[in-house]
Design a protein around this ligand. Structure first.
Ligand code: BDR
Ligand code: CA
Length: 316
């Protein structure tokens, strides 16, 4: 089984990423680390604990990550994040508070320890800003050679950004951290807006979850309906909500879901292109380390996503 660490700013689609990992038999979710973005880091951890409990996964540990971008000492949640995910990050649905706490070990140290323990069996999946992973690489540079792969949700190569003309939200939160990860020697797969905006969920699917009559089916239907309503308000051209973060887990488990191109990448950190993920022309002749997803078998992923999550929600 593939060992997975999800690094989440939990968030509605982050919660769906947890559910997809838990529902996938070929995956062993060894821990969830938390970051800031859709909510503050502590709230992301609290949400991850609640979602794991709801899905009967109270054995999966949660670790606190860094509270703000690498280049600042402060973080405030953006109004647009609250509009999409709700102030509590999970669509204002009041899930039962977890009896558990995050672990004492930090997210950064957990990533380093797991890389040393599991080596190439380990895949790290950041679906928020990459502040934790960049800090882990800075503290233990050998991590990049140890881990099997890093499959992250973030960036855009062939389509516009979603928080600025050019920038995608996760990269935009900490462009310097994302740049450090992209320029590292880790074997990376970028699951960006190029593909995630093509995997959409609608109320037809949430209705099915609600009809299961279970606690998790009801809760996830309510949470995702909030996200669908936000997409209807904010992205009139899309019919449904984007499965950004679960697609990253899907691709980590089955790379054949996407077509990729091999590139060396970097992140622009200066205006007017700040936070844009671009090919690094200074490394044209070097071996490439990033597979950028540019096309996705959307139907195949959606079917698998629904099959797995419906099976999971039927049990809890
Ligand atoms: C990404 O930004 C966050 O709001 C979502 O959870 C997703 O990870 C999409 O740009
Ligand atoms: Ca996210």
């Amino acid at each position: 089984k593939k060992k997975l660490i999800l690094d989440l700013d939990t968030g509605i689609d982050d919660a769906l990423a947890i559910a997809y990992a838990v529902a996938s038999e070929e995956a062993d979710l060894i821990g969830v680390t938390s970051t800031y973005g859709n909510v503050v880091t502590k709230q992301a951890a609290a949400n991850s604990l609640r979602i794991l409990d709801l899905l009967g996964q109270s054995n999966v540990p949660v670790y606190l990550g860094l509270p703000h971008p690498s280049t600042s000492n402060h973080f405030d949640v953006m109004a647009v994040s609250q509009a999409i995910h709700g102030v509590n990050g999970i669509g204002e649905v009041a899930l039962e508070k977890s009896q558990r706490q995050p672990e004492n070990e930090s997210a950064v140290d957990f990533m380093i320890r797991s890389a040393k323990t599991y080596g190439t069996d380990l895949t790290i999946i950041p679906t928020g800003p990459m502040t934790n992973l960049a800090a882990a690489i800075a503290k233990a540079p050998e991590l990049t050679a140890l881990v099997g792969s890093v499959t992250f949700m973030g960036g855009a190569l062939t389509v516009p950004g979603n928080v600025t003309e050019v920038g995608e939200a996760n990269i935009n939160q900490d462009p310097a951290a994302a740049d450090a990860v992209l320029r590292s020697s880790a074997s990376l797969t970028m699951v960006g807006l190029d593909v995630t905006l093509r995997t959409l969920l609608t109320r037809k699917e949430t209705k099915l979850w609600r009809s299961l009559g279970t606690k998790s089916g009801q809760a996830f239907a309510d949470i995702v309906d909030y996200y669908i309503a936000a997409y209807a308000r904010l992205s009139a051209n899309l019919n449904g909500c984007a499965l950004h973060d679960p697609l990253a887990v899907g691709v980590a488990l089955d790379p054949d879901l996407v077509q990729t191109i091999d590139l060396n990448m970097k992140v622009e950190t200066e205006a007017p292109f700040a936070a844009r993920t671009v090919g690094d022309v200074d490394r044209l002749n070097e071996p490439t380390n990033v597979k950028v997803a540019v096309n996705v078998a959307a139907e195949r992923f959606l079917q698998r996503f629904m099959q797995r999550l419906t099976w999971l929600f039927a049990q809890h």
